[in-house]
Design a protein around this ligand. Sequence first.
Ligand code: MTE
Length: 343
Amino acid sequence: MHIRRRPSWELPESAATPESVYMSRRALLGAGAGLLGAVGLSAGAEAAGFLDALGLGGAKAPSGPAPGDPANDPTRDLYPARHNDAFTLERPITPEDISANYNNFYEFGSERSNYQIADVAAKMPRRPWTVKIDGLVEKEREVGIDDIIRAMPLEERLYRHRCVEAWSMAVPWTGFPVKELVAFAKPLSSAKFVRMETFMNPDVAAGQRRFTYPWPYVDGLTMAEATNDLAFFVTGVYGKPAPNQFGAPLRLAVPWKYGFKSVKSIVRISFVAEQPVGLWEKIQGREYGFWANVNPDVPHPRWSQATERDIGTGERRPTVIYNGYGEQVASLYAGMSGDKLFM
Ligand code: MTE
């Protein structure tokens, strides 16, 4: 994600940065603390947190199985789930070793490539994990994630994913429609939006020690969006429980919207009357809005959205409105042309 007013320790990143430049910057970082000044890192707690997030802060690599190892997931017997043929793709699935090592998960750092996020996120314990369902519902409750996953009709769907930074991938998610959880939650008719919130644990998520971000990560959908068949809660990927960097144990996938709407590692789902303000909208409301529907004709204030780079093939392809899902979702926005639907 790109924030205009970057703190001094934040590395400038551009969606257009060639991979070679990206990689050589990683090499620079790895070369030692003497280079910190050269890349603009400041001393102090913020920089220490940043280094921890990069795994350069002296923290030892975990010995033995990582607490977040999906191989130990208590629901692993449910995979692979039934494949739903209604969700097919015209492009190749992104190889797992690429998508699993190119993640945006700011709680664990801001370097999306080169294994850093995957390695650091693996330290996050996946259990115990509960999801609070609250707000405008018949009865507020806190439910164990395994009870949720076992109660839901798991299936595999192939989805496109388009990040606002103009990169894309194609992923075989496993999960269940958000509307199933909405039915389980029994919202009141006064509920107009679903607000989703990520865990808060700065002990394992060093990024959350950066006080410049309004943690926890939050975003949301209208009730109509949440109950559209495409809105999906992800529990697994590539036929297995999802590794932590993908947002285990529960993550949203709304493929017609920019990726920042797809909240990861959810601990709270609230049914509310007011439109939620997401983390990125809170930080930079002129660049990131509530709707965030993909549209090649509406540029981000600082870059074009006309094309995207497929992280699997490396190809650049034209972006399609609603990321190609217009048939399923365009009607949700009928008559709303005055709203900022595409940021
Ligand atoms: N959720 C949380 N909690 N924290 C994040 O930093 N990044 C978002 C989204 N969900 C993010 C998040 C962004 S910008 C994108 S593009 C996707 O997660 C990335 O998902 P991926 O890492 O599985 O590709």
